[in-house]
Design a protein around this ligand. Structure first.
Ligand code: ATP
Ligand code: MG
Length: 436
């Protein structure tokens, strides 16, 4: 016997709702609904869609994300192409690839761009609920804008998305905000941090000691409970921010205040990627345990130059789709549960050609029609019709079809009895079967 094959650990199949599944991830209809909702919200804000490759040159991420980040240190799927020796990586996030594409195509030649993309990203992490090795990100970027107006626009756009999905700010998700200042301000803060943590080196964990010189800011982001008090009392970047950086943050806050969006300034919010400056933010939830960040982003004015482009201010965010859909599931937000409008029962194979013509007319009128394929007894077909959760069964029996008619049987418990309609006039009565 041939050995059974399984999906790679931490990588999930997203399946239709009627397929039994091991993982408790939401079904594919909910994914499609999320994507449609995103499309609507993006269109309302005049953001354009784009797609970039899933495989990129490894140096893009090493240079773009930063060598001392978790992602580049230990989470990337990288390999050498056996054909030509190229160093390649499955993208661990989408921003760096978008910036590469913008630089490559000189895409901002005619002015700034607002773009979005959805697709899989890959990180070699320990799989658990809300943390996978392949997961989907919605990525939104405003490129060529210095802000703070677009900073506020992006943050408020996420609130619009929450509203469209049925999530309530405050109750289900909340906003955390910070400013990382400019590189010189960070350097001054970094020096103060290194001095502080060096003084307390004995209290640091192994990760902390490693980061002390490579990336001390990341110690502030530690999840180790034993280090919380130490991190809390560390020198604050806010005390090193200059006038312009403080004004940028205040301008963002003024828009959020006017829009009635509550937020918390979290001085320890540093984000896991090296390329951020000024505005950074996270949308977090208390309903998903330790995987509580559903959306994170910030400004990255230095990234274009770092990747060989002209200086270009930009800001964006990434939203983890699995986490978000798990959150909707967790709090019981109503999500669509699609069923066909019509199930076509075909007890007599000789009627099939005429029946198919009618079914196509109904589909052209916008109805969702599931045809019984493969034949079976009338009783067995009706069982399938019930299981499909369609509102109507259309029965193409020999006698009806011979008389040019089709029998329509409402399947809802409270529905009235069966009636017939002329097959040739299906375009005229299709609307009667449409789901309200
Ligand atoms: P975390 O601190 O949870 O590791 P992160 O800072 O690494 O998150 P980002 O790089 O900002 O995450 O990615 C954007 C979003 O993608 C996160 O806010 C989260 O919702 C989601 N995400 C990150 N890593 C994973 C993962 N391994 N599996 C599923 N979703 C993830
Ligand atoms: Mg991470």
């Amino acid at each position: 016997m041939v050995a059974k094959l399984f999906a790679v650990k931490g990588m999930n199949d997203i399946l239709p709702g009627n397929v039994p599944r091991k993982e408790k991830l939401p079904d594919s209809a909910i994914w499609r609904w999320f994507e449609r909702t995103v499309e609507t919200v993006m269109a309302r804000h005049a953001y354009q869609h784009l797609l970039t490759p899933i495989v990129e040159p490894t140096p893009l991420f090493v240079r773009g994300i930063g060598e001392a980040t978790d992602i580049v240190e230990k989470e990337m799927y990288s390999w050498v192409d056996a054909m030509n020796g190229d160093a390649l990586t499955l993208r661990p996030e989408i921003t760096a690839g978008i910036v590469r594409a913008m630089v490559e195509h000189n895409a901002l030649y005619n002015g700034p761009l607002r773009v979005w993309s959805i697709g899989p990203v890959f990180r070699h992490e320990r799989p658990q609920k809300g943390r996978y090795r392949q997961f989907y990100q919605l990525d939104v970027e405003a490129l060529g804008f210095a802000g703070p107006d677009v900073d506020a626009e992006l943050i408020l756009m996420v609130r619009s998305l929450w509203q469209a999905l049925g999530l309530r700010v405050g109750e289900h998700v909340r906003l955390e905000l910070n400013s990382l200042g400019q590189p010189a301000e960070r350097a001054a803060h970094r020096a103060a941090l290194v001095a502080y943590f060096t003084e307390h080196a004995a209290s640091l964990d192994e990760d902390g000691r490693r980061r002390l010189h490579s990336n001390p800011l990341r110690i502030l982001d530690t999840k180790n409970p034993a280090l919380q008090a130490l991190a809390e009392a560390a020198p604050k970047l806010a005390d090193h921010l200059g006038e312009a950086s403080r004004a940028h943050l205040s301008a963002v806050c003024a828009v959020l205040d006017a829009a009635g969006l509550p937020y918390r300034i979290n001085p320890r919010l540093v984000r896991g990627l090296d390329y951020y400056n000024l505005t950074v933010f996270e949308w977090v939830t208390d309903h998903l345990g330790s995987q509580g960040t559903v959306c994170g982003g910030g400004r990255y004015d230095g990234l274009f130059e770092q990747l060989g482009g002209k200086p270009t201010p930009a800001i964006g965010f990434g939203l983890g789709m699995e986490r978000l859909l798990l959150l909707l599931q967790e709090i019981g937000v109503p999500v669509p549960d699609p069923a066909p409008d019509v199930y076509a029962v075909l007890p007599d194979a000789t009627c099939l050609p005429q029946a198919m013509v009618v079914l196509d007319v109904l589909r052209e009128q916008g109805l969702s029609v599931q045809m019984h394929a493969g034949g079976a007894s009338l009783k067995a077909q009706f069982k399938k019709a019930d299981a499909s959760r369609a509102r109507y069964a259309l029965v193409f029996g020999q006698d009806e079809v011979a008389a040019g008619q089709v029998a329509i049987k409402p399947l809802r418990a409270d529905a009235q009895g069966q009636y017939t309609r002329p097959m040739h006039a299906a375009a005229g009565w299709a609307h009667e079967l449409r789901t309200a």
